[in-house]
Design a protein around this ligand. Structure first.
Ligand code: ADP
Ligand code: ASP
Ligand code: MG
Length: 332
């Protein structure tokens, strides 16, 4: 039987009624004769709330414990969804990332998937059960729980779709699909019916958080077709797949934004070799990540240097602050 992977984001599982709504959608797909594997995010703002809670106890909590803490959010959703599906009279079983065989590096807060050993999922599907997996998490080769970075449930869904040879990976969210700009910022942004992996990767990497960039990269590498759609409607949404003739004609597909970047300008810097290196060494020593750097033409031996610093919002995993007591490196 062909397999569909369906991922539901935080808003889609935000309360008991929404979880029941997700259960109905999943059961419909199952009744239509498909094997169904569901990936869930934590309910609503649970992850942000847990990050906030930890920050009230420590300004630099250990990565291992943060991962233990944050993975709890997705575990709550997976169990509640399994209960809701069983309540509808269908067989469902939930798995943590570790039980689902998502094997990762040990980089707490930003682990990368190195293998998917999904035997337990295959067994559950073979028995006709609906399998539910907690997104955003895995287990390292040293048997510690890890997380994949913010928005990581998208990557869990695509990785499982690739490993299990799913016909489609559906990402259900709180908007109708991928738009030419964030529809919450630009109300007349247009829905894109199809975007290529390359376009989507660029949009995701520059701020269109509707899909985690790594999930798009994964989908491109393994040829997984993604459909982004709303969990509150039946509209077709957006297909993310290999470029075709029509897509090739697009000159600009969308405009993205990132409100977490800050720009700093240092004015009147002496235009002498080694000065910029001194400036950026000092910033690096404070563990601050610098993203883009622009230097003006020199006037009367002085110049301006502007640079952007990353991620001051969504504070886990840390970007601009110290990591595990060691300074983060500058990216350029
Ligand atoms: P989920 O919790 O379902 O994973 P996210 O908040 O991670 O949802 O992603 C969905 C959000 O992405 C939308 O609510 C929207 O504000 C934002 N977004 C940013 N850029 C775009 C875009 N180009 N198209 C659609 N949504 C976008
Ligand atoms: N709950 C995690 C986050 O808020 C992962 C996800 O939603 O994809 O980033
Ligand atoms: Mg998301």
């Amino acid at each position: 039987m062909s397999l569909i992977v369906q991922k539901f984001g935080g808003t889609s599982v935000g309360d008991a009624d929404r979880i029941k709504n997700v259960a109905r959608r999943v059961v419909e797909t199952h009744k239509a004769g498909k094997d169904v594997l569901v990936v869930v995010s934590a309910m609503g703002d649970t992850t942000d709330d847990l990050v906030e809670l930890a920050s009230r106890i420590s300004p630099a909590p250990p990565g291992r414990e943060m991962d233990m803490l944050l993975t709890a959010g997705e575990r709550i959703s997976m169990a509640l969804l399994a209960i809701a599906i069983q309540e509808l009279g269908h067989d469902a079983v939930s798995f943590t990332g570790s039980q689902a065989g998502i094997i990762t590096t040990t980089d707490h807060g930003r682990a990368k998937i190195v293998d998917v050993r999904a035997d337990r999922i295959r067994e559950a599907l073979a028995k006709g059960k609906i399998a539910i997996v907690a997104g955003f998490q895995g287990v390292s080769e040293t048997a510690d729980v890890t997380t994949l970075g913010r928005g990581g449930s998208d990557t869990t869904a695509v990785a499982l779709a690739a490993a299990l040879g799913a016909e489609l990976c559906e990402i259900y969210t709180d908007v109708e699909g991928v738009f030419t700009a964030d529809p919450r910022m630009v109300p007349d942004a247009r829905l894109l019916h199809a975007v290529s992996y390359e376009e989507m990767l660029e949009m995701a990497a520059t701020g269109a958080r509707v899909l985690m960039a790594r999930s798009v990269e994964y989908a491109r590498n393994y040829g997984v077709i993604i459909r982004v759609a709303s969990s509150f409607s039946d509209a077709a949404g957006t297909f993310v797949r290999e470029e075709d003739e029509r897509m090739e004609k697009a000159i600009i597909s969308g405009v993205t934004h990132d409100v977490s970047e800050g720009k700093v300008t240092v004015q009147g810097v002496t235009d002498r070799a080694g000065i910029a290196a001194r400036l950026f060494r000092t910033i690096a020593d404070e563990g601050i990540n610098v993203d883009m750097i622009v230097q003006n033409v020199s006037m009367a031996g002085h110049t301006d240097i502007s640079f952007t610093v990353c991620g001051v919002t969504r504070a886990w995993p840390p970007t601009c602050s110290m990591r595990s007591g060691r300074p983060a490196s500058t990216s350029r």
